[in-house]
Design a protein around this ligand. Structure first.
Ligand SMILES: [Zn+2]
Length: 469
């Protein structure tokens, strides 16, 4: 208590004084880009992670897993569990912001439900037994059983059922969350593509009729398409099996990739595409047009289900109709693998030794590389500093999205190689042409492979087109 009073006193005193910047880097520090010499990207994590990959011959690994471990973007803590390092978390937070915007544009309201889920709910739906060993189960000190939620149909339907006076006027109701999920994978593999602890966006929708629920279903599918288009993905929407979630209609959003674990059948003639689980595996003709089916592999990044009253009937999730009668809500549920989307985009966009991100969610948009200390271009540092100040003044959103590779004991070439591996959409170098009149900077657009020589105005024009979510 005494401590609290003391703290209040200090806070009150601080509020009376005019704001002063006390940072020991001086008042300009806040206007500086992020310095790479201070980045938490420990070499020992890279080495331990790679050694861990190599020590298990025969275990399935993939490009995104190897690249992300080599760059110390993730660190395997125990099988299927990863620590996400700062770059990965930045990309994830950007992805979350983009998803929030898409979900809220269709009326989605964000909630957060507990990871600990009581066995009573799962027993009511019958999934306590059905899910088998995939559920992480535990019990509390009173011997009450729980699972760590892999999905939340039971929790959310119980929540809606408890609102005894839900009105038809409140429907459709679209609730979603972006939280950590758990699945006891028999064999976790491929890094963040199939881990035991992961982030997922799960949305649950409640409608007054089957027809309205189908409209909501299409609305959410359209939002998924809009999201994947913004990320620049060449995705396919396929008919899918409803599996342990249930319901009568389901689609998967798949990214074609050689290491994908889903087999998809695509018609070369019409728009038919399906997960092989939904059709006869020996079928070679398209059921819609009799065209030839081709098999490809895909990484599932989104999954939608029309549930009907499967869960609302169990938990009695009802609403009041316009005639003031009770009726069961019609439900849908919609998943997006957040950490899986990150890994899948690295998987499909990267080369064998260089990470590439969708531009929109790249951890940082720009990396500035000043000359090596003591080299004859050292004066270039001054010009780069002035470039940076002009850029953040003209394009304020770049301010929090730029890094400066201040490890000037390294050559430009060495730092460019590191930047190339990390996949900043733009790398700006103060090379020999900064002595031209006017000075020109070397700009690498890493996603297009283009190299340009631009004046300060040219750099500003280029970066003003960059989107930062
Ligand atoms: Zn066809």
């Amino acid at each position: 208590m005494e401590r609290l009073l003391r703290w209040k006193e200090v806070a009150a005193q601080a509020a009376r004084q005019p704001r002063r910047y006390q940072c020991h880097h001086g008042p300009l520090h806040a206007a500086k880009p992020w310095l790479l010499s201070r980045l938490f990207q420990p070499q020992n994590l890279q080495e331990a992670g790679v050694a861990g990959l190599e020590s298990k011959p025969g275990e399935l690994t993939c490009k995104s897993q190897r690249l992300m471990i080599q760059a110390a973007l993730i660190y395997p803590s125990s099988p299927g569990c990863y620590s996400y390092m700062p770059y990965t978390l930045r990309a994830m937070e950007k992805l979350v912001r983009v998803i929030d915007r898409e979900m809220q544009a269709i009326g989605g309201q964000k909630v957060n439900m507990p990871s600990l889920s009581s066995s009573e709910l799962w027993k009511a739906s019958g999934r306590w037994d059905l899910m088998g060993t995939e559920l992480f189960r535990l019990s509390d000190r009173h011997s009450k059983e729980y699972c760590l939620g892999p999905t939340h149909e039971e929790t959310v339907t119980d929540l809606i059922a408890s609102q005894g006076n839900l009105s038809y006027k409140q429907l459709p109701l679209l609730l979603y969350q972006i939280t950590r999920k758990f699945r006891d994978e028999p064999k976790s593999r491929f890094g963040l593509l199939r881990s035991r602890e992961f982030y997922m966006k799960d949305m649950y929708t409640f409608d007054a009729s089957e027809e309205a629920a189908h409209q909501t279903y299409n609305l959410v599918c359209d939002a998924y398409c809009s999201l994947f288009n913004k990320l620049g993905f060449h995705f396919i929407k396929v008919q899918a099996d409803t599996g342990s979630i249930g319901g009568s209609m389901s689609h998967e959003f798949q990214l074609p990739a050689g290491i994908g674990e889903d087999r998809l059948m695509i018609c070369s003639n019409c728009s038919f595409s399906a997960n092989v689980e939904t059709i006869n595996p020996d079928q070679t003709d398209c059921p819609a047009c009799k065209g030839k089916l081709t098999e490809i592999k895909g990484i599932e990044i989104g999954h939608t289900f029309y549930l009907g009253t499967k869960y609302s009937s169990v938990f009695n999730a009802i609403f009041h109709t316009a005639q003031n009668k009770h009726a069961l809500t019609e439900m849908g549920c919609y998943g997006l693998g957040i950490t899986r989307i990150l890994a899948a985009s690295v998987e499909v966009l990267s080369t064998e030794d260089s990470i590439r991100w969708p531009s929109l969610i790249a951890p940082y948009q720009v990396c500035f590389i000043p000359p090596k200390k003591g080299s004859k271009e050292e004066l270039g540092m001054v010009l780069m500093d002035s470039l940076y100040k002009s850029v953040v003044e003209a394009v304020p959103q770049i301010k929090g999205d730029a890094v400066l590779d201040d490890r000037t004991e390294l050559t430009i070439g060495k730092r460019l190689k590191i930047a190339n591996r990390l996949g900043y959409p733009y790398v700006i170098i103060a090379g020999k042409k900064v002595f031209n009149n006017p000075p020109e900077f070397e700009v690498w657009s890493q996603n297009t492979g283009e190299i340009m020589f631009l004046t300060k105005e040219g750099v500003i024009e280029l970066l003003s087109k960059v989107q930062v979510p």
